[in-house]
Design a protein. Sequence first.
Length: 484
Amino acid sequence: MTITQQEQNKKNNVLFCNYYESREKFDLSLMIDATNSCQLRCGYCYYGNKGSQKMRVSSVLAAASNLSAIFEPKLKEVNFHYMGGEPLLAWEEILELNATARRSFEEKGTKFTWSLTSNLIALDERKTKHMLKEKAGIHCSIDGPAKIHDKNRPYANGKPSFADVVKNIPLALQITPDDTARVTVLPEDAGSLPEIAETILGLGFKVIGLFPAYNMPWDQKAIEKWAEGIAEAHKETKKVYQHRKKISTIIKLEQRKKVIDRFTYCGAGKGLWAIGVDGKLYFCHHLTNTPEFAIINASQNTPAAIRTAIEESILPPRCEKIPETCIDCPARNHCNGGCWTSNLLANGDSANPEKNECKLRVATFLSLRNSAQLILQSEHQRNCGRCYDCENCYGGCESCQRTCESSCQSCLECQTCDDCQKTCEHSCQHCDSCQFCDSCLVCDSCQSRCERSCQGCEKYCQGCDTGCQGGCQSCDTQQGPNSW
């Protein structure tokens, strides 16, 4: 990272703190390492076997309180999400921290919630009842079926763990009926994705998160198997997932005419922060195993010191010019630069995409895009050839014989504005690809220019003599869009 980039990141961090001050309300999520101890020895675990240390409640509470103090009194909700290690091994510490934190935040009018990611081995009736009472959430880590799970996630003594996980799944589903099963996929298991999906669904889970182990070596053959497998798994789960929104998003991102020239990355270091078992504050939970990336030491923990440290840090990248390697990538609008912490740890540069992860993300996007098109084409005989989602189309495409009130004459997921996901009152309700008009009214919802020629646009749409370039209702000639 160049000196210029470092200075720009610092400037962006100062602006980001000011941005928080300008907001009326916002939420804060803290990823907390409850312990670095775990019963399992997963081969892909980035945390590693670091002993049996549990969090010091006072240190973690101080970090959480002092970080949140920067944003008070505008803080609407705080969520503690416990990780590890295996967080249930620090159950008593979690109870103590929750009780103190809930009292502290609720006295200030801030809602407090909590959740955790667990291997489920230590889950029991007592913990389940308490989590139900507290309305807590739980996510399960499982790599099933048994032959894969036991290979990837054995006990420390090498014995299999699958059976002990499965017996507690009903308890987890009591706590969170739509619990997410988090599946980590190794290169050698990429060809087994349909079997993995079938097993997980058969255990009662309704949502599956498939994550390739980016920190493992993936050759081209494994990547191709991953791409094929993710498409098959998508077909397996299409009746379970509310997949239309995901599919239309994939298609919409691919067909965007506006080229993204900057990456904004994820929420780490924005609304999402991390606290290590040592009580140190981090921008991302993937960094808690590398103390040199701590924002501040626990001994220096005050609101003023934290704010100063954030403003002076060169991390995280708030808004980076898109790397040259991403300019022509078909997945650039979907990937958004990848995981900046993975980039940092692999390349020493948060804005330089890690090659292994990059290849997998591109393969995933292309596979899901093609799978989505095939699935929806088979379900709908009539479609406009754009988003393949005629059942939910408000676009008035002639091939599905529907009328769009906004008369955009297209089927590109027209009902929402990209920027705010709310209805745009002034346009065809989709701000992606129509001809830009200098006189165009802004969208009330997102306060940005609508890139379609909007209905309220005097230049094109109010009965213009030469014909409407945007295809809006108010134009007498209604030529339709000419920019697609």
